[in-house]
Ligand binder design. Structure first.
Ligand code: ADE
Length: 239
């Protein structure tokens, strides 16, 4: 998330919602009468979807490809590269479904499609759970199209993303310490995360995030009555 602007919309999702998107994708795959032999799930965001889609389609051949987006320090390469190649024989001669969570720029899934196609497969098709309007690549199967760009907080990295977002807003706010309610206010102000949205999607989890930030030495608690949180002076820096 490190190269994002200061303010952007975040959407919090949960397992049920994402599981339904997996079902949408596999229904589309079935309707197209595409019968892949293997699913290539892009690490790490495509792993859950790849596993669930194997379940829905009745496949036991699941492999992974890790795409990397950066070269050097904070320098963005236009082209994502493959970090860990696939074991030999993973896709050769097989019909392949390449699966990722989201197409944002579309760079990862496009590059993965190219990488798999270069390895002498049968037919190769692509799928993402969500497709943003910003994507320059159109996957063959899409669970949901989103017109407005947003950062999607997925359930499999809820803690990771919420720590990044919370650290970021606490740095911007500058005059902590903050109570949990004030942190909710900052998340609303900078990322349009409404309390009700967060509590419906991931009930009761802000305190878990704050406790985990304390355990990792990112924040420390202040005061004895109502607990407040401030960034630890030597904290690892935010996004
Ligand atoms: N990975 C790349 N773009 C993303 C987005 N908009 N939301 C969540 N994960 C992403």
């Amino acid at each position: 998330m490190s190269d994002l602007p200061d303010e952007f919309k975040c959407t919090i999702t949960n397992w049920d919602y994402i599981y339904d998107l997996c079902r949408e994708v596999s229904d589309d795959v079935k309707a197209a009468e595409f019968e892949p032999d293997v699913v290539v799930a892009l690490a790490r965001g495509g792993w859950f979807a790849g596993r669930v889609i194997c379940d829905f389609l009745g496949l036991d051949d699941l492999t992974s490809l890790k795409m990397e987006h950066y070269v050097g320090t904070a320098q963005k390469s236009g082209e994502p590269t493959v970090r860990y190649p696939m074991p030999e024989g993973s896709v050769e001669g097989k019909d392949v479904l390449v699966m990722d969570d989201i197409a944002d720029t579309g760079g990862s899934i496009r590059r993965a499609h190219e990488y798999v196609t270069d390895r002498d497969p049968g037919e190769v098709r692509t799928a993402t759970l969500q497709l943003l309007g910003t994507s320059e690549f159109e996957p063959d199967f899409v669970g949901e199209r989103l017109d407005e760009w947003a950062w999607i907080v997925y359930p499999w990295n809820f803690i990771e993303d919420m720590i990044d977002l919370t650290t970021g807003v606490m740095e911007k706010g500058a005059d902590g310490p903050y109570t949990a309610e004030e942190i909710r206010g900052l998340l609303r102000e900078y990322h349009r995360v409404e309390r009700i949205e967060m509590e419906i999607a991931q009930p009761g989890r802000l305190s878990e995030v704050l406790e985990e930030m304390a355990r990792r030495g990112i924040v420390e608690t202040v005061g004895e009555g109502e607990v407040a949180w401030r960034l630890h002076e030597d904290a690892p820096s935010g996004p």
